[in-house]
Design a protein around this ligand. Sequence first.
Ligand code: ADP
Ligand code: MG
Length: 703
Amino acid sequence: MSRMLTDYFGENTFNEVTMKERLPEDTYLSLKETIENGEELTPAMAETVAHAMKDWAIERGATHFTHWFQPMTGVTAEKHDSFISPSSDGRVIMEFSGKELVKGEPDASSFPSGGLRATFEARGYTTWDCTSPAFLREDSSGVTLCIPTAFCSYTGDALDKKTPLLRSMEAIDRHAVRIMHLFGKHDVKHVNVCVGAEQEYFLIDRKKYLRRDDLIFTGRTLFGAMPPKGQEMDDHYFGAIKERVISFMHELNEELWKLGILAKTQHNEAAPAQHELAPIFSTVNIETDHNQLIMECMKKIATRHGLTCLLHEKPFAGVNGSGKHNNWSLVTDTGENLMKPGKEPHENMQFLLFAAAVIKAVDKHAELLRMASSCPGNDLRLGGAEAPPAIVSVFIGEQLEDIFAQLIANGKATSSKQREKMRIGSNKLPYINKDATDRNRTSTFAFTGNKFELRMVGASMSIADANTVLNTTVADVLSEMADELENAADFNDAVMKLICRTINEHKRVIFNGNGYAPEWIEEAKRRGLPNTASYVESIESLTFPETIDVFAKHNVFSRTELEARAEINYEIYAKTIIIEARTMVEMASRKFIPASVKYMGTLSQTIESIDNVTGNKICTGAEREILNECCSNINDAVKTLDELKIKIDEAAAIENMKEKALFCRREIVPVMEALRKPIDELELKVDSRLWPVPTYGELIFEV
Ligand code: ADP
Ligand code: MG
């Protein structure tokens, strides 16, 4: 019997309703205080919650629990313990204490720590994050209670992505509340960051996936000629969804709804085999956890449908890659969205101040934001012709542009361009109101009416880093603004002046034009905006003096933590490139070259026998031409292959992580590209029956 969505939504989470039902009232109220206001959690409370959580989980079939955390690899980690405990009569009872709920000590010394933790002092702790609900994971092997946790070292340094995110939320909360109080809104106790993360992904046939080492080892294709058709017809974008894909989406939605995740929209994306899922926004910490769960469920459920989900930023050259759109806003505990301009934005000083603060933060720390939205895979996207460029700029739309222009020219704004009714040209169609801003799909950071949308984040990444940067840098600007305004004699006058000054000083980052146009690169250069070509070169921004200052001031990262993170990023980059390079060597030497040689063998034999029969060599002119071209491609491939092997060995010998990473970018990436070329050319010549792996056409069109 099918069940109503409203009945099972959130049934696999220990959410507010469940807590209210199962906890004694005083415990429930104290826990709520902890969640909302950070009040201390007592051991007695933890004990009570642990019991209730265990009973709930066991009733639903759980045998194990795990502290679920997000180490700096960007994916989630867990270590499972069962609830069982021996009883004196040789049987077992199910136990779970407050201590086990609150603190775990995974022997997780192999996670990257960037030197924060030597193996001989490998203690790392996971601690319960009660602000994100515990959940049950159901899979074929049973049910596990997952407890979202933060992960830190013995010395209290953050070893994960959650801890700094939580710290940054506190910083922005503190300073945004100060501003709200200045505007007379004393009932505001908290300002929360809300985020909705739209997730792009590819689905391909699993059997074909398993025949490609590059997909298995690196998540993307390292070789592959373009099929006769790509995405030029735009017939996949928003197209009818294929049966097999829709049944995947159906199961995915159900699983996500049970986990209390507000999966809302789904559609086909621009590239063939590409899709998107968007949930309704939540508090950023929960959204970050949810996005991890969404990615995890996508992979798991795809397999059940004979599919594989690719979350890599650029699984296929020549068609669009995948990103994540991070929609960001500030919402008060009284329910007010601070990014909402209202009907008359030019009179809405509060909105203009917050918008100006965001613009300033993004301008001041553009490079850092670019870095936090990047990963090795995103290098193939950012700056490519399809995704936003690597230049951070803010799109504000017509209405705000007009108001800012008035502010800069006159020190005040007296009007707002209003929305128009849109005539569609048929009386049978209803009138609709036009939005005051159109969309700009080419902007890296766009104001979209009631939120800012950061469009640079890579599809496979955790959204934690980008949001930690946004929250902290905006918090910093708000703190300076609050300092200034708290001492102002005439508040209204001071706010007006502050808005004008801020916009004036940071207008260079505002850009409403086409971000994909080559002229923008020139223009951005004239404006002095950073445009770092690659992710690995942008890692440096983690240790810029202004970065260290801003994070230290708001207790989000210490200098040591930042240095460790830079080290880890270099390490992950170098490892990623070396694995890709090795996979290319393996595939070229053991698959593509042998297949091509075999084809050449057949071709030579054919030529020889035709020559023998016809008694002249003129007949086989075209065949000889093909043979010569194959020969030349193979020569190029073998030569480049040797070069690549040498470079891999050279990289392996470099000890310093930063040098190693930069070497990979400078010396290995170009050779990888050079190796791909002759192999892709061979693919177009060699008999398709001999080609050892599924082609692009087979991968993206035959799902
Ligand atoms: P758009 O049409 O501009 O892409 P959508 O309404 O489709 O906007 O929403 C895109 C994403 O932004 C969704 O995940 C949505 O929940 C989220 N979103 C909407 N409003 C806000 C907000 N105020 N703060 C954060 N995210 C939001
Ligand atoms: Mg969007």
